[in-house]
Design a protein around this ligand. Sequence first.
Ligand code: PLP
Length: 390
Amino acid sequence: MLNNCVMNTYGRYDVIFEKGLGCKIYDTDGREYVDFVSGVAVNCLGHSHPAIINAITNQSNQLIHVSNYYWNTTHMLLAKKLIDNCDHSKVFFCNSGTEAVETALKIARKYGKLKNTEDKNVFIYMDNSFHGRTMGALSVTGQEKYQQDFRPLIKGIKKVNFNDIEDLKNNFDEKVCGIIIEPIQGEGGINIANIEFLKKARELCDKYNALLIFDEVQCGMGRLGSIFAYKKFSVIPDVICIAKALGGGFPIGATITNEKASTAFVPGDHGSTFGGNPLGCAVGVAVLTELIDGGVIDKIEEKSMYLKEKLLEIKKKYGVIDEIKGMGLLIGIRIKTDSNEFCKLCFDKRLLVIAAGDNVVRLLPPLNVSKAELDEALDILQIVISEIAS
Ligand SMILES: Cc1ncc(COP(=O)(O)O)c(C=O)c1O
């Protein structure tokens, strides 16, 4: 068996995918599936989008990789495109979400150190959060199941209840160098941050001179209907972590900072061999151009409203759904049954959806999904739900 050589880190479905087009993906037997997982919020333009194919083809004919000891054009272009669309001024490129988070944590530690306070090195993180699998990101991931077998975690971490202003106030002091929050907790079950909570976090960061870090790895890059998620919350963080959809399927991540936070790093403090390579950045530019200039983002709110409205109709009709939640095209269906079992039932009917927490099913269609494709997915969801109800 070919798969004997692969490390056992995922509970995988018994399927091998070999090609995709738009919102559809095909297995080795030619069976077609509607893909509402999008590689977990990665394939924002669907599969095999011509803009991505062209960027890869053209750039790989020019220059695929060059060391960060030299400049390369697409690196600078992508940084500029990101900065032109936010309130921040500097970008560091890496290859994944967890690395973007590690970078943010290191920036905050260094920032704390520069404040000349010996022990200004504590991170505040949220209960139920998810920030990645490397030791720093894992240490600030507020879910026991991910942390339990990997202790000791890094030192200087404090967990706070998500959206609990009192708990946040009680845990904040001058030792805190950074606080990390997902504006919408993705893996944790599509839990939306309260604007008042985020405002308090901003206020406390200003009071104690700590950095406010938003992890937009899952909810950023257009998914909520704005290129950066923070724009939907009227609170501006000091540091933003992005990855996933930035490359539309090509691995790339980034940590974006305001001027204040960017001054923490000097040459030698941080790096990434592949981070910001010409190929990845060319794809990033193509993806952002499509999302922003191609008008994909402008249509998300309309699609979101349609999807939610139809899901609410299904909720009313059968007693299986408890709640429809989320924003933009990051939608959660809280159900009465086990979410993994529900996803398996959808898979059997050729719809890919993914669980978030024990009882939430996530819908993460490509951002350029059509109304007809939304209807196709809704039809399958309705069949699965009606079968559970009967
Ligand atoms: C909010 C958030 N942060 C970080 C990560 C880690 O990203 P990666 O798997 O690219 O390391 C994820 C992955 O799901 C995520 O959802």
